[in-house]
Every structure is written in C-alpha cells, then in structure tokens.
Design a protein around this ligand. Structure first.
Ligand SMILES: [Fe+2]
Length: 348
C-alpha cells in the first residue's frame, strides 16, 4: 500500500503497505543503465546474526491466531479522503467506499468474503489498468508472476472477486485473504502475515484516474500482491517477516516495515542477468515498472539486518531497489532473519 498526504505519511511508515501507483508518470529513459549492469547475483546470507536492537519493551499480548488480530483498527485510507484524493469531491464514491469498508469490519476470518457487484465505472477502471500494465509484464515482471497471472486468468471484462483469489491462494501457498477497511497499524498488518493472512482492501480507485491511486486499492491488491502469493517460496518469505513481527518491539516493527517495503512492495529479482519486478508497488504501477527497468536507480543485495533506507511515498519513484537472486534464497534469508526474533522470545 502507499500513503499519500503528509499527514498520512507521518502516520505511517505504513504498512498494509502500499500500492505506489504513480502510474501516470513515466521515468525518463537513461541509456546505459540497463538491467544487467550492476545487478547483484546473490543475496547476502550472514553466518552470524548481529544482536537485535533492544528498545523499550511494552507488555502486550502476542496473537495466537488470526482471530486475535483486530482488522477494525484503521489508521487511514478509509472513506475520509484527503483533499488531494481524486475522489474527494465525489460523494457517491465516498459512500460506496464507506459501504465496502463496513463489509470488511463485519467479516470473521474463515467466513466467505462478500462478492461485490462492481459498477460499470469500476469495471472500466479495472480494464484500463490491467490493459496498460499487461503491456509491460512480459519484459518487466519475474517469471513466477507471469506464471501466476496465467493461472489466475485475469480478464478485462471481469473484476476478480477476493473470495475467488482467496481460494486460489488456499490451494497454492495456503495464504488467506481477509478484507480490511483501510490502513492497518503496521504491527497488526505484519502480524497477520505470520498466520498466512493478507489483509486486503476491496474498494476500487476513483474512475477519473485509472492508472493512479494514492492508497492501496483492489487493483493494487489483485494485480500487485495476489499473483506472487501463489508462489510457495515467496509466500514463505512473506510469512517470515510476519513471524518476526510477532516478537518485535515497537522499534523493530518499523525496521520490519521497511524490510517488507523493500521486498513485498518494491522487491526485484535477478533473472538471467536481468532485473525483474516482484514487488506489488512496482507490478501495479506502470510508471514504477518503467522506472525500475530503465530509470536512474540503484540496485543492491537485500540485507534484512542492515539499516534500511527511508521509505519514499508518492513523491517520486524508488531510488534504490533491493535484489534477490531467487525466491528460494529469499525464503532462506528471511528464515534466518526471523529466527533471531523467535529464538530470543523462546530463550527470554
Ligand atoms: Fe501493497
């Protein structure tokens, strides 16, 4: 997911984490910054993990199941839109979002996700965004994503239902989808991943800007997140971030939020000496896809132990992408990383 205004930015580091769809902009093409150049081939796997940073620990209940995670504690992105939101002056749009959000609050994990009848303008928005993004997928997206998109069989004339993609995830990686009304607190959102649950919005971006949304919306979730979550190694990697979050201090939650940001939202992977996108914030944004491939950006191996750069939101594309050599190796790396948190909890 992605934040928008300064106020929201301050709130957030923001997990549910964001769909950066700066999609209408196209980064300037810069010859000589091709993918093979400078792309690391292998992830860093440390032999000895440094001690975790210990900040002030606050007594709290560690969730034992997804039922212990409240999906109603929304920090932002509900129907109270900011003035610069494309739907700010559209009362009908805001009412529609409010209604969809109310459905999310009433759902108990395990219950079927309500099927929405999408309106013609929502249908057109989906078709337009899918049509544009599909132009770049063959050259910009990783093969695991392309395989999953084939399986999911997205069609321009049908907006996918969360319940249907939830069932595909259950059959593939075992992940579940749980609707959410807006932006969860990062701890709650990351904790959900520990139980292989992805909190997803169900509302559509405003029809006036089909290639842009300042916040996560259905297009970001369905196109950006769902396909990769069918891959078992990727899904394991994501779950490891969630497992670490169960035992993380508040300060560590912010570090994990950044680890999530630079993998699940903006991660890239090397594929035969080419860098390809797997992060949802890239895959759901035409502009970010183009920038990732040809823009002025750095590539570096992913190191979850290292201090992570500040997350950037809507004010431009990512300056730096972190690279995996494969999802098998990413899963192994994040397992080593989350083990520190788990061991500390059990030893402490
Ligand atoms: Fe996201």
């Amino acid at each position: 997911m992605v934040t928008s205004t300064g106020a929201k930015r301050a709130r957030g580091g923001a997990a549910q984490m964001r769909a950066t769809s700066h999609t209408t902009r196209r980064a300037a093409r810069r010859p000589g910054l091709g993918l093979a150049a400078g792309g690391p081939r292998r992830v860093v796997v440390r032999r000895a993990a440094p001690p975790l940073e210990n900040d002030q620990e606050v007594a709290r209940q560690i969730p034992k199941s997804i039922h212990d995670i409240d999906n109603g504690k929304i920090l932002g992105f509900d129907a109270n839109l900011s003035e610069d939101h494309p739907g700010f002056h559209d009362e009908d749009y805001k009412q529609r979002r409010s209604w969809i959000a109310s459905l999310a609050r009433d759902i108990v994990p395990g219950d079927p996700i309500p099927r929405l009848e999408y309106r013609p303008e929502e249908q057109e928005t989906w078709a337009k965004a899918l049509g544009e993004l599909e132009k770049l997928f063959p050259t910009h997206a990783c093969k695991e994503f392309l395989d999953a998109v084939d399986r999911l069989d997205f069609r321009p004339d049908v907006v996918p239902q969360l319940q249907d993609v939830h069932e595909v995830l259950q059959e593939t990686s075992g992940f579940a989808i749980r609707p959410v009304a807006g932006l969860l607190h990062p701890r709650d959102f990351l904790n959900g991943l520990a139980f292989k649950t992805f909190h997803s919005t169900q509302y559509m971006r405003h029809f006036s800007q089909p290639m842009y949304t300042p916040e996560p919306d259905l297009i970001h979730e369905i196109i950006g997140h769902i396909p990769m979550l069918t891959n078992k190694y990727y899904a394991d990697m994501v779950q490891q971030i969630g497992l670490a979050s169960l035992y993380a201090t508040d300060k560590e939650i912010w570090h994990l939020t950044k680890v999530y940001w630079y993998t699940v939202e903006f991660g890239v992977v090397m594929e035969e000496e080419e860098v390809k996108a797997f992060g949802a914030g890239i895959l759901s944004s035409y502009g970010e896809l183009d920038h990732m491939k040809t823009g002025d950006r750095e590539l570096a191996p992913l190191d979850p132990w290292a201090k992570q750069p500040k997350m950037s939101y809507k004010d431009g594309f990512q300056k730096k992408y972190f690279v995996l050599s494969s999802f098998e190796e990413g899963s192994e790396l994040l397992r080593r990383y989350s083990k520190q948190y788990i061991d500390r909890e059990h030893q402490g």
